[in-house]
Design a protein around this ligand. Structure first.
Ligand code: FES
Length: 80
């Protein structure tokens, strides 16, 4: 089992979210569809994080997987 997530990128992904819609955020970092889950976590010990968009519009989702405020970027990638 892998405990450290793979860093998919050292910068957040800008996405457009729709209020009230559910999304599955990739926590393992292995998805080819960053920042969202594509099923690649299977066997990694990680599971995607479901979240519901609170408002429609652009959001910056973490791809380095070190954020303390997942799925949102909190600037932690700057220290990598
Ligand atoms: S991309 Fe992970 S904290 Fe910014």
């Amino acid at each position: 089992m892998e405990n450290t997530p793979h860093s998919a990128a050292k910068a957040p992904a800008k996405v457009t979210l729709e209020e009230g819609k559910d999304y599955w955020y990739c926590t393992c970092g292995l998805s080819a569809n960053q920042p969202f889950c594509d099923g690649s976590h299977k066997g990694s010990g990680f599971a995607p994080q479901k979240f519901t968009a609170e408002k429609s519009g652009d959001a910056w989702l973490c791809q380095c997987k070190q954020t303390k405020n997942a799925p949102y970027c909190d600037g932690s990638h700057k220290g990598l």
